[in-house]
Structure formats: structure tokens, C-alpha cells
Ligand binder design. Structure first.
Ligand SMILES: Cc1ncc(COP(=O)(O)O)c(C=O)c1O
Length: 415
């Protein structure tokens, strides 16, 4: 029997809100588009496109430097996004929000700036077995440079981190623990608050990769006591090339600049340069102004729907999808953690994920196939790749039915 819910979630009228996403109205290969790749990048509502367009048509000027009207308007709009990001992440002050290109740059900023200053030979950095490459490679590079050791929290067959093993990894040499709030390859929601408390107990800092949590669940960096937290604008229905790094003020103040250039300085002479205050110390050069303004519109959109409502609706979608996919013969879901968000990763017996993705595409269904920038996760599950359907609030129960019908067709073709 289907568990398709009868009751609506307050604030989520999917058919109405799909009107805000013109991209979803198209046909692909003659079929209505079913977009199930939001974990890679989410679609953008008209409000975001309009904000970017308005910036270019009406307010376009460089920020922070001009006394003229357009520059003041641009600066105000850009800085307003910083305040929106503070509210969205529940940070204490605007100075704690650094604009970056996205999660990848946020992590690189911390590993370069904080890492170079604070990590020495023999120190240890802890990451987890389910990290995206962007939360592995920067730490590997740091460890190589500093002769520090990278240690990895293992996971179980459901794709849950093993906390007893994590506990054993922590010691007086641990400087940083870095892990995802939500795994992009498995959908696992990690027990972040507890894991941060454990890191702190050992005297280490904690950086949380929020690329996949911020579009789906509420984040409160103060309640979590996160030292650093990163997010990408394009995953939260905003444009690409913009994101946010949150850092506790005292930590950011003690860190050296990441890049040198305009805006990050107070005074420059050939003898010596003094650096700007937070957050500008970490924002060298002309930033992605249009992207920042677009991300502000995206956060407004998410706030209007309500992140709690989004989470509740997506949870129903995920449960429905899990039940339907589990009933497809020969299909195995990869990532069956008790706490999950919005990701259905799976393999099918005897059929390569790229073939699955190609046949689904012919039916207008967009899924991602591959290693999802998490090759160690694939190695752990002994699969070369998975097919991943990832959900957002604009997806419908009917679209999941289409995915299942599409997979039956895949089976017919490759039988
Ligand atoms: C869990 C996770 N971390 C980090 C990233 C990297 O984000 P970006 O490419 O926006 O920097 C992604 C992107 O897919 C992700 O899913």
C-alpha cells in the first residue's frame, strides 16, 4: 500500500510554487522535465533571476568604493545579503559571514588560512568516510604540507558514522574535525551537535560542510556551536559562484588573510600593509556582486516557504520515494541511514548507472550518475558509481512515480 500522504504541508503548495520555476515547465526529449538533480544544483525561482537582472539593469556599480548613488545602492543590496545569511544561519554578527565562491572555497579558505597558522608536524585532522572531495582534498594538501596526519571516521553499511570509532580518533593532537552536515552521496544527516561537542571536548575545532543541509533543514550555528560552517548559494536556489563561510569572530580575527588585493586592506605602502576589519579582510577584489544579491533573493524565497515546512514536505517525498524504489526488483538503495534528507542513491543489478541515466534522460528525467565527488563512498560500498535522484520542495509525488516507471523501462531495455 502506498504511503502517499493525504494531508498537505502548510505553506507548501507545490503546484503553485512550481509556477515560480519557469525552467521546470519545459519538455525534454518530448517529455515534461522531471528534475531530480537538485543536490548538484537547485533550480532558481523567478525572484532570483529578477534580482540579478535588476542589479544589472538598474543598480550596476562596484561596491564599497563609490560615493555615487549606484555604488551605494549596490553596496546596500550586497550587504543586505550578508545580514540575510546571518539570520539564515543564526550567526551572532554580520562580521562572521564571509562571502566566498561556494562551499569549496569556504573550506579552502579555512584549511589555507587557519591551517597554515595552526597546524604543525604530528598534528591530526579528522574528516569522515562520507566526505565530498572538497572536504577531503584541501585537508590532504594541508597535511602533506605540514606533515600532519589525516584520520577518517568510518561508517557502517547504512551510511552512518560510527561514533565510538570517532571517539577513539580524538586525542590531544587533533586540531580540526571537518565533516558534512548532510552527505550528498547518501543523504545521511549526521549528529552534528554531538560530534562538535566531542571535538571540543578533545580541544579541537569543528568545520561543518553545509552544502547539502542548508537547502533542506534548519541550521543554527550558535546552537550547534560550530566553529566554521560553509554553504553554497546555488544549492539553496541562488546563483552559482557565490556562497558563505561562517566562522566564529574570535577565530576569524586571529586568522591571516586568505588572498591579497583590493578591499581587504586598510592601508598599503611598499613597506607594510595593514588589513581591513572582518569580514572584508577575507574578501579581496571585486566580488560576485550580482551573485550575492541573487543569493539574498533566494534566501528570502526559502524563508517565505519556511525551512521547517520544506523539511516536512521533503521528508514525506523521501519516504514515498524510498518505499517505491525499494519495490523495484534488482534495485538496491545506497544510504539507508535512519536520519536522511532528500537523496535517493541506488544501484541496479547488472545495469551501469550511466545506462540508467541515459535511458531516464530519454524520458525527460534528470538524475545524476557517477561517484558524486565522493569516490571513497563508492569504494566503501564496492560500486563504481550510483544513480542519484535528489529532491527539492518543487518535486511532486507524481514525479517519483515517473522515476519508478522510467526505471521499469530501463529494466525492460537491459533485460
Ligand atoms: C556535501 C558537499 N560538499 C561540498 C560541495 C561542493 O560545493 P560547491 O561545488 O558548491 O563548492 C558539494 C557539492 O556538490 C557537496 O554536495
Amino acid at each position: 500500500m502506498s504511503t502517499m500522504p493525504k494531508e498537505a504541508i502548510a505553506g507548501i503548495d507545490v503546484e503553485a510554487l512550481r509556477e515560480d520555476f519557469p525552467v521546470l515547465k519545459q519538455t525534454v526529449h518530448g517529455q515534461p522535465l522531471v528534475y531530480l538533480d537538485s543536490a548538484a544544483t537547485a533550480q532558481k525561482p523567478t525572484a532570483v533571476v529578477d534580482a540579478i537582472r535588476r542589479f544589472h539593469e538598474v543598480d550596476c556599480a562596484n561596491i564599497h568604493r563609490g560615493v555615487h548613488e549606484l555604488s551605494q545602492r549596490s553596496t546596500a543590496a550586497y550587504e543586505e545579503t550578508r545580514a540575510k545569511a546571518r539570520q539564515f544561519l543564526h550567526a551572532k554578527s554580520n562580521e562572521e559571514l564571509i562571502f566566498v565562491r561556494g562551499t569549496t572555497e569556504g573550506i579552502n579558505l579555512v584549511s589555507s588560512s587557519w591551517g597554515r597558522k595552526n597546524v604543525k608536524a604530528g598534528d591530526e585532522i579528522v574528516i569522515s568516510a562520507m566526505e565530498h572531495h572538497s572536504n577531503i582534498v584541501p585537508w590532504q594538501m594541508l597535511c602533506e604540507e605540514k606533515e600532519a596526519k589525516l584520520r577518517v571516521i568510518p561508517m557502517n553499511e547504512r551510511g552512518e558514522l560510527i561514533l565510538e570509532e570517532y571517539e577513539k580518533l580524538l586525542n590531544a593532537r587533533t586540531r580540526m574535525v571537518a565533516f558534512a552536515h548532510v552527505s550528498n552521496a547518501l543523504g545521511t544527516i549526521n549528529p552534528v551537535k554531538q560530534m562538535i561537542a566531542m571535538a571540543h571536548q578533545a580541544g579541537a575545532l569543528a568545520l561543518i560542510d553545509g552544502a547539502q543541509s542548508t537547502p533542506h533543514i534548519q541550521v543554527d550555528v550558535q546552537a550547534l556551536d560550530a566553529d566554521f560552517y560553509t554553504m553554497s548559494g546555488h544549492k539553496v536556489f541562488g546563483p552559482t559562484g557565490i556562497g558563505v563561510l561562517y566562522g566564529k569572530k574570535a577565530l576569524l580575527e586571529a586568522m591571516p588573510p586568505y588572498q591579497g588585493g583590493g578591499d581587504m586592506i586598510q592601508t598599503v605602502t611598499f613597506a607594510k600593509t595593514t588589513y581591513n576589519d572582518l569580514p572584508y579582510k577575507f574578501e579581496a577584489g571585486t566580488p560576485n556582486i550580482a551573485g550575492g544579491i541573487g543569493m539574498g533573493a533566494a534566501l528570502d524565497y526559502v524563508n517565505r516557504l519556511g525551512i521547517e515546512q520544506i523539511a516536512a514536505y521533503e521528508h514525506q517525498l523521501l519516504e514515498y520515494g524510498t518505499e517505491k524504489l525499494s519495490a523495484v526488483g534488482g534495485l538496491r538503495i545506497i544510504g539507508t541511514a535512519k536520519e536522511k534528507a532528500s537523496v535517493l542513491s541506488f544501484v541496479m543489478e547488472g545495469i551501469h548507472p550511466h545506462d540508467i541515466g541515459t535511458v531516464l534522460d530519454q524520458q525527460g528525467i534528470a538524475v545524476r550518475t557517477g561517484h558524486h565527488c565522493a569516490q571513497p563512498v563508492m569504494d566503501f560500498f564496492h560500486v563504481p558509481a550510483t544513480t542519484r535522484a535528489s529532491l527539492a520542495f518543487y518535486n511532486t509525488f507524481g514525479e517519483i512515480d515517473k522515476l519508478v516507471a522510467g526505471l521499469e523501462k530501463v529494466k525492460e531495455i537491459f533485460a
